[in-house]
Design a protein around this ligand. Structure first.
Ligand code: BDR
Ligand code: CA
Length: 310
């Protein structure tokens, strides 16, 4: 199995990514760190603990991430994810505690203790990943790859050209994307195809275990935001699981290998990712940019994973 550390800000779609990481025999979940993004850092940490309690995964080490983005104030997405960050489901209160060390140090400890390289999966703003690379450059070579949800080629979901995770911490994204660590980017081009349809939600509702019931409740809430006509979506895009699904089965995707960089200064474009699709710069390719996904296989994988819980 692929050893991973998941850095996330649950968040409805983060919750599904975490569920897949727990359920899949192809993934070995070594640790989870929380980031500030969809909700405040206290709430995203609590949500990680609540989800792992629900899934009976209290043995997974958890640590709290940075309280704020590197340079700017935190902006949250409570209109998408609600006041808890995971509105729509009744989740148990956590019955275990996070590790008494910050996310950056849990990532370092996990890498030091691992006998092989570890993949870092980032499904929120990149603050913790950037801080980790700055504080522990000696451990960079132990990161096999960073697979992240964020950015897009030519579109945005928070401003016309900026995706939310990039919007929250553009400086962190710039540091990570220019770090030299191999990257896989699940941006909006692919995640907007990764839709859960209403019929999929109804299939999930029939799965009789607490994890499936919780995820169904989360999707009932989350779909409301994406059913606004401005999006023009048939279903509900669940962005973050694309990272884990790519690790489980990359054949579900089409991608291109290109240079990606991040704008941190533009008045209108701060946080925009620039994918050099036509090789217009001399900058080296640094990112596998996912562009297409097989939606049917994607939703089938999520449904199958939900059936593995008791
Ligand atoms: C990203 O922002 C959050 O709302 C989601 O969890 C996802 O990581 C999509 O832009
Ligand atoms: Ca997220």
């Amino acid at each position: 199995p692929t050893k991973i550390i998941l850095d996330c800000d649950p968040g409805h779609d983060d919750a599904i990514a975490l569920m897949l990481a727990v359920a899949s025999p192809k993934i070995d979940l070594l640790a989870v760190t929380s980031s500030a993004g969809n909700q405040t850092p206290a709430k995203t940490l609590n949500n990680v603990l609540r989800l792992l309690t629900l899934m009976k995964q209290q043995q997974v080490p958890v640590a709290a991430g940075n309280q704020t983005p590197l340079l700017q104030d935190l902006q949250i997405a409570d209109d998408v994810h609600g006041k808890t960050g995971l509105d729509g489901a009744t989740l148990p209160e956590p019955d275990f505690a996070p590790q008494p060390l910050p996310a950056v140090e849990l990532i370092a400890q996990t890498l030091r203790q691992s006998d092989g390289p570890v993949t870092l999966v980032v499904t929120g703003p990149m603050t913790n990943a950037a801080l980790f690379l700055a504080v522990h450059p000696e451990l960079k070579s132990k990161i096999k790859r960073i697979v992240f949800m964020g950015g897009a080629m030519g579109m945005g979901n928070w401003t016309p050209t900026v995706e939310f995770n990039m919007f929250v911490d553009p400086e962190a994204a710039k540091l990570v994307i220019n770090s030299g660590v191999p990257l896989t980017m699940a941006g909006l081009n692919v995640t907007h195809q990764a839709q859960i349809l209403q019929k999929d939600i109804e299939t999930m509702r029939q799965i009789n275990n607490p994890v499936a019931q919780a995820i169904t409740g989360l999707l009932d809430f989350y779909r409301i935001y994406y059913s606004q006509p401005k999006w023009g979506f048939e279903g509900t895009p669940v962005h973050d699981p694309c990272t884990i699904v790519w690790l489980i089965d990359p054949t579900m995707f089409e991608s291109v290998y290109r240079n990606v960089d991040v704008e941190t200064k533009g008045d209108l474009t701060r946080g925009e990712t620039l994918v050099d699709y036509y090789h217009l710069t001399n900058k080296p390719e640094n990112t596998d940019v996912l562009l297409k996904i097989n939606r049917e296989k994607f939703s089938a994988l999520i449904i199958a994973a939900l059936k593995t819980f008791s």
